[in-house]
Design a protein around this ligand. Structure first.
Ligand code: SF4
Length: 737
């Protein structure tokens, strides 16, 4: 595939040239896609007979990401040329450069380019900001043409474009040359030729000023299609052949502003070059120049669009993707996580991570395992970086951090970095064999909510870190998607790890929780993968690993309650041929579970339980309730967009009401007269009930989740706390002991 960027000053005719070139390439048998990257969105109109595709940016504004269909923004033009327009805001508002970045992200999601063998980017005049420079990044254009006339401002813009290219390429050769679009002004040939000679570029085509273009435009066609001027058609066909046969490419060698003036005005003397003749390359790169480093080939595009539910449902975003990506990344404990962000973004993230640690100090005496002082660094983007770009500061910071020799550096971008188009992937070139630099283009909340940032972190880090060529180590498992914001995550891990140890199994990698760079790198060593949570995000991750790494997953999440734990143990043990050990563990626990049930029955049997909850899986409570003889009188399931409806495997007639209306709680209390009320959050109506308890959104794992809760109810019932327990300091402490 060849990707060609055509840059030129606004109004210089680059859209007309691009469309004619696309048409000529298509006639020569190429499968061509033309992407208009100008907010004017008229790049492709001559290919589509004036029909305007819905621009990518208008489309994204009004369409739910799950409903995206590439056909909605892709038109078929002359000779099958695919036509896409990025679009953009009205002049003077918004940020058109950011629009280019969003459009390219969208096209990457669709893998649209893979359907074509030639891509033409028609890009707005000057390289005005990082966004408009996206097509000249290394992962896009292989060949760059610069359109100019002999007017000073057109040549000034051409020189600026060369500056933009040099910022990305240094000495790399990607510029094919100049497309000279004649305006027929005085001394024009000489201006262009002197400029071409000074910057060391050939003039690849000279397009005469001709009425043929005007006539073709009147009929909304290219000259190629209209066929009115054979000479012009030949110019484009020759150019198409040149491209197809492989153009010679040159490094960008822009002039200083002073020199540009001198060169164009001819104050330095005669050029001695004839129009139509390729000027000599006066500043070709020296032989033996150091090779320009190229980013390793990692496909960071998300072809399958791992989107959070908030993004899909266009709900208000909870947190930002930057924050989510940072919060997960800090779990690679031997890496430094570098926020390419203003100080305030890093501060918010630091608070998010550390406050959950502090909060846990006060709750039930348990310390959250997440470090209270995570390995965060920040580039502290400010006004100057927003105006002039933040890459220099980012590179400097990466070099500074490298000096401290962490195991790795993870760079995460925030909104401002994304808006100004900083290509943070470039700092991956600063990696050493022993000190990798990996990147997550979260771009703050440009990319989505906290969960979206988590997903981007999981998938980006996996793609950059995990090695596929590692040998499988027998009797090892990975644990995937432990929740980072749940305070008993490590307790749950201990329970699961206890079972695994009994089965003779070792944990290879916790992805991503309190882990190390090396264990992530060796992810593929594990024989089996265990999903901690099988909710929406957990399932996305399972699909991601299965699809991209061929990972084998055990089908159930970490088990909650007796029946699930029994089944989970049997399943995992069967995979490793350890069935007997599993049966031994189960029978030990069965005995102790039944002892507990027997002890609780006298207090709980016949009691009435009402549950109003966001949890959509309650079997672990219901099985224990049934075992101890509690009557379940009402289950009200509250609507929770992150879950998928009430599910049970118990074969019981259950009084379930889905989409429960919380306004009915008081009347239902009156009606069902429960002894025990179970809700997610303590509520004012709890005072009306003998025992009110809260149900955790992420319950403990293992055999005893349900029975432990029932034990608490029994204790509260025995204590007969109604009406007085809130005042009784002693009992309060005992309850939380
Ligand atoms: S939304 Fe953007 S500006 Fe706000 S904290 Fe996130 S990255 Fe920073």
């Amino acid at each position: 595939m060849i990707e060609i960027a055509i840059y030129g000053k606004g109004g210089i005719g680059k859209s007309t040239l691009s469309a004619n070139l696309s048409a000529a390439l298509a006639l020569a048998g190429r499968r061509v896609l033309q992407i208009g990257c100008d907010p004017k969105h008229d790049s492709t109109r001559l290919l589509t007979h004036g029909q305007k595709p819905t621009t990518a940016l208008d489309y994204m504004r009004v369409t739910n990401p799950l409903d995206y269909k590439i056909e909605d923004i892709l038109l078929q033009g002359f000779c099958g040329v695919g036509c896409v327009e990025a679009g953009g805001p009205e002049p003077g508002v918004g940020c058109a450069g950011r629009g280019i970045i969003s459009t390219f992200d969208l096209l990457n999601q669709f893998q649209l380019k893979e359907r074509y063998d030639t891509i033409i980017y028609d890009v707005l005049g000057d390289v005005v900001c990082g966004g408009f420079a996206v097509p000249i990044r290394q992962e896009y254009a292989d060949i760059i043409f610069i359109v100019t006339s002999g007017e000073f401002m057109a040549l000034y813009a051409a020189n600026n474009i060369l500056r933009g290219i040099r910022n990305y390429d240094n000495e790399k050769k990607r510029v094919a040359g100049i497309l000279y679009n004649r305006r027929d002004i005085e001394g024009e040939d000489e201006h262009v030729l002197r400029f071409a000679q000074a910057v060391g570029l050939p003039i690849c085509a000279v397009i005469p000023r001709s009425d043929a273009f005007i006539q073709a435009e009147r009929t909304n066609m290219t000259v190629i299609e209209q066929g009115s001027d054979r000479d012009i058609i030949d110019i484009f066909l020759t150019l198409a052949r040149k491209i197809a046969n492989g153009c010679t490419l040159y490094a960008a060698k822009p002039l200083t502003d002073e020199l540009l003036e001198v060169v164009v005005q001819g104050r330095s003397g005669k050029s001695g070059v004839q129009p139509g003749v390729e000027p000599q390359v006066t500043s070709a790169p020296e032989a033996g120049a150091a090779p320009v480093p190229v980013l390793p080939e990692i496909n960071l595009a998300d072809p399958n669009r791992y989107l959070s539910k908030n993004v899909i449902r266009s709900e208000p975003l909870h947190g930002c993707a930057f924050n989510g990506a940072m919060s997960v990344s800090v779990h690679i404990q031997d890496a430094v996580i570098l926020a390419h962000a203003p100080k305030s973004c890093a501060y918010i993230t630091f608070q998010t991570i550390s406050s959950s640690g502090r909060r846990s100090l006060f709750e039930r005496g348990a310390l959250l395992p997440v470090s209270i002082t995570p390995n965060l660094e920040c580039t502290e983007i400010g006004e100057a970086e927003v105006i002039f770009g933040g890459m220099e500061k980012l590179e400097k910071k990466v070099r500074e951090i490298k000096a401290a020799k962490p195991r790795a550096i993870v760079v995460v971008s925030s909104c401002p970095a994304g808006i100004i188009g900083d290509d943070i992937d470039k700092v991956r070139l600063l990696a050493d064999p022993e000190l990798p630099v990996v990147t997550i283009k979260a771009d703050g909340n440009m990319a989505g909510d906290y969960l979206q940032g988590m997903l981007m972190c999981y998938t980006s880090l996996a793609r950059q870190i995990i090695r596929k060529d590692v040998p499988v180590v027998p009797d090892t498992v990975n644990i995937v998607f432990e929740k980072i914001v749940v305070k008993h995550t490590n307790d749950n891990f201990q329970v699961i790890n206890g079972f695994l140890s009994r089965l003779g199994l070792k944990v290879n990698c916790r992805f991503l929780y309190e882990t190390t760079y090396d264990s992530v790198e060796n992810f593929c060593s594990a024989q089996l993968n265990l999903l901690a949570y099988k909710d929406y995000t957990g399932k996305l991750l399972r699909d991601f690993f299965t699809r991209e790494y061929g990972s084998v997953f055990y089908d159930a999440a970490f088990p909650v309650g007796f029946a699930e734990t029994e089944e989970w143990l049997r399943g995992v043990a069967a995979f490793f041929g350890r069935t007997e050990t599993a049966e031994a563990i189960i029978s030990e626990h069965k005995e102790s579970y039944q002892r507990e049930v027997k002890a609780l029955k006298p207090v709980l049997s016949g009691k009435r339980l009402m549950i109003i909850t966001y949890n959509h899986e309650l079997d672990w409570i219901l099985e224990t309730a049934v075992d101890v003889g509690i009557e379940v009188v009402k289950i009200g399931i509250l609507n929770f967009s992150q879950d998928e409806g009430f599910r049970t495997r118990l074969n019981l007639p259950l009084p379930v009401e889905e989409n429960y209306d919380r306004d009915n709680r008081e009347s239902d209390l009156e009606r069902y007269k429960p002894d025990i009320l179970l809700t997610n959050y303590a509520s004012s109506i709890a005072d009306e009930v003998f025992v009110a308890d809260t149900i955790p959104m992420c319950p403990d794992v293992g055999f005893y989740t349900g029975i432990n809760m029932a034990k608490r109810w029994a204790r509260l019932l025995r204590l007969n706390l109604k009406g007085e327990w809130r005042q009784d300091e002693k009992l309060f402490k005992q309850y939380y002991a």
